[in-house]
Design a protein around this ligand. Structure first.
Ligand SMILES: *Cc1c(COP(=O)(O)O)cnc(C)c1O
Length: 355
């Protein structure tokens, strides 16, 4: 399939993710028409969403996240707290304690639905309902959810959500991120990163910023990366035909098979993901003392997972292009690496910057 970009103004076709899917709703995340825009990187979108949610609770000073969140999300909040130096505190309890810590002191809850290391999944509806009952908003990071499991932002009455398109959506390294804002907030949401693309009339070149009224467009920042958008367009074409319920059930089937096979044949590995498939996303993690070296050996044999410090071997279960035979083969290769200790070869020892 050939992709042609006639001019950078073509961005109009690309900037709304739902237009790729041809429907009025971005069904991958259950987002109503006109609630999601694509652009920038996920770190930027986290900053935007948390800043916007803090504006909504100007008297409150607690930002609640959890200790399993991806560091950049926490770092972006740290930077934001320094910028708005009014005495914010960022709390990072254990993931299972988040729900209990949602009180009326909390301005915003910022959590990643699926933990990047263990795959543990938060109960989205429970967290949103509790936050709303005490007047707080929630920012969801869907980095490990979109394309991995069904998400229903509208149905759960989510406030804000962000995510990237280069994990389970396969739009390529550095593919653009997205931000979702609930329709009920679109009139009032304040874009802290007020770039010209979020202006009511970008090409009027006014000296003052006026956010695009009532539209998600106000969360755009600057000139989008059209080359990256064309890759995203190609990736999303694949997802047009995909039913997320099918993806989810196959993902669970493959993950269960993987866990059982690894536990039966690789006793030195310990499951780090929840055992209950309903409490996991679509990746499975095992702990192993020599996880880094073992993952390098696996990659050398064509089984591509990754390593997350301190000892986690992470395997993405992606039903669109792996099946039960692949799972079986991967476990055979893993078993062999462990039995022969081939992970201890010198070529698997040196640590790269990117793991
Ligand atoms: C992958 C990931 C990121 C990465 O952010 P970038 O700005 O795209 O590098 C951020 N947050 C979470 C939860 C992630 O899983």
């Amino acid at each position: 399939m050939a992709y042609r970009i006639d001019s950078w103004l073509e961005y109009k076709k690309l900037v709304y993710a739902e237009q790729h899917t041809g429907g009025s709703r971005w069904s991958l995340i259950g987002a109503a028409h006109g609630t999601t825009v694509v652009g920038d990187t996920l770190s930027i979108k986290v900053f935007q969403a948390v800043a916007a949610s803090l504006f909504m609770a100007p008297q409150r000073r607690i930002i609640l996240s959890d200790s399993g969140n991806f560091p950049t999300d926490l770092y972006m909040v740290e930077g934001l707290m320094k910028l708005r130096d009014v005495g914010y505190t960022l709390r990072t309890p254990a993931p299972e304690d988040v729900l209990g810590q949602i009180t009326d002191e909390v301005a915003t809850v910022m959590v990643t639905e699926v933990d990047y290391r263990t795959g543990r999944k938060h109960d989205m509806q429970a967290i949103i309902s509790k936050a709303h009952s005490v007047g707080a908003t929630v920012v969801w990071d869907l980095a490990h959810s979109i394309g991995a499991l069904p998400v229903d932002l509208e149905g759960t009455d989510a406030d804000f959500a962000v995510g990237c398109t280069y994990k389970f959506l396969n739009a390529g390294p550095g593919a653009p991120a997205f931000i979702y804002v609930a329709p009920r907030l679109l009139d009032t949401v304040q874009p802290a990163l007020s770039g010209w693309f979020g202006h009511e009339a970008p090409f009027a070149f006014d000296l003052d910023f006026r956010p695009m009224p009532g539209k998600i467009d106000r969360m755009r920042v600057g000139t989008p990366s059209i080359a990256a958008f064309s890759l995203l367009d190609a990736a999303l074409n694949v997802w047009k035909e995909v039913d997320m319920e099918d993806v989810r059930s196959t993902s669970i089937e493959l993950s269960e098979a993987f866990i059982h096979a690894v536990e039966a044949s690789c006793p030195s590995l310990t499951l780090a993901s929840p055992r209950d498939p309903n409490k996991r996303g679509s990746h499975v993690a095992f702990e192993f003392e020599h996880g880094y070296e073992c993952m390098q050996a696996l990659i050398a044999h064509g089984v591509i997972g990754d390593f997350r410090s301190p000892n986690i071997m992470r395997f993405g279960i992606t039903p669109l292009f792996i099946n039960l035979d692949d799972i079986e083969q991967a476990v055979m290769i893993l078993k062999d690496i462990l039995e022969t200790k081939s992970w201890s070869k010198p070529e698997f020892q040196s640590r790269a910057l990117v793991t």
